[in-house]
Design a protein around this ligand. Structure first.
Ligand SMILES: [Zn+2]
Length: 73
C-alpha cells in the first residue's frame, strides 16, 4: 500500500491518538493499530478500528480535561 499524500510505503504500527470529544475534554487512546506512512505523518484507520474507537469514545464518561484510555480493553 502506498501513501496517497507522498507515495511512500505504508506500514502497520501502533500509535497514540488524541480525540477531542467536546469543548473541554480530550481523550488520548493508546496503542491504536494504524497504517502509517513512512515518509510523512499521514495515517489510515481500518473500518474495524474506527468502530472500536467509536465504542471506546462513547463509553468514556469523563469531565476531566484529559483522559487516557487503552485501545485494547
Ligand atoms: Zn506519506
Amino acid at each position: 500500500m502506498k501513501c496517497h499524500v507522498c507515495g511512500a510505503g505504508m506500514q502497520e504500527m501502533k500509535t497514540d491518538l488524541p480525540f477531542k470529544i467536546n469543548e473541554r475534554s480530550i481523550i488520548v487512546v493508546r496503542d491504536v493499530p494504524v497504517i502509517q506512512c513512512s515518509g510523512c505523518r499521514e495515517y489510515m484507520l481500518s473500518d474495524e478500528v474506527m468502530e472500536r474507537l467509536d465504542e471506546l469514545l462513547a463509553g468514556v464518561n469523563s469531565n476531566a480535561d484529559l483522559e487516557i484510555v487503552r485501545f485494547a480493553a
